[in-house]
Design a protein around this ligand. Structure first.
Ligand code: AMP
Length: 114
């Protein structure tokens, strides 16, 4: 049996997390190790490993995650902008193999990111 990821355990309420939003397709939680004043993760309930593993049938879900992220930003009044990041694979430092979108905001950022 494949063991559950941290995010699947949070979705299944087997691990605690600060859940800021939930609907039938995703949750938004506070990142446990924030890199900015606002750092949340938009996580689909469907356990897609990473963007690379998404399929055509996931197109609507992927769009939904982005819309949930921008709706969160609007609700939080992030008027100065925000950054959306998806880490895919080893070089990108993906650490949890369950697709998630980082939404980062609340301070001026740098570019390029690497
Ligand atoms: P990534 O490196 O893109 O896979 O991002 C994983 C993110 O999950 C990191 O920013 C971690 O700080 C965050 N994280 C890991 N465990 C937890 C947890 N239990 N609750 C909230 N965020 C977590």
């Amino acid at each position: 049996m494949v063991s559950k990821t941290i995010f699947q355990k949070i979705i299944d309420r087997e691990l605690p997390a600060e859940i800021l939003f939930e609907d039938e397709q995703c949750i938004i939680i506070k990142d446990i190790n924030p890199v900015a004043p606002v750092h949340v993760l938009v996580i689909p309930k469907k356990p897609i490993l990473r963007v690379e593993e998404a399929s055509t049938e996931d197109a609507k879900l992927l769009g939904h995650l982005l819309l949930c992220a921008k709706n969160f930003a609007k609700r939080e009044g992030l008027k100065n902008g925000f950054r959306i990041v998806i880490n895919n694979g080893k070089d990108a430092l993906e650490s949890v193999p369950h697709l998630h979108i980082h939404l980062i905001a609340g301070k001026p950022m740098q570019w390029p990111p690497c």
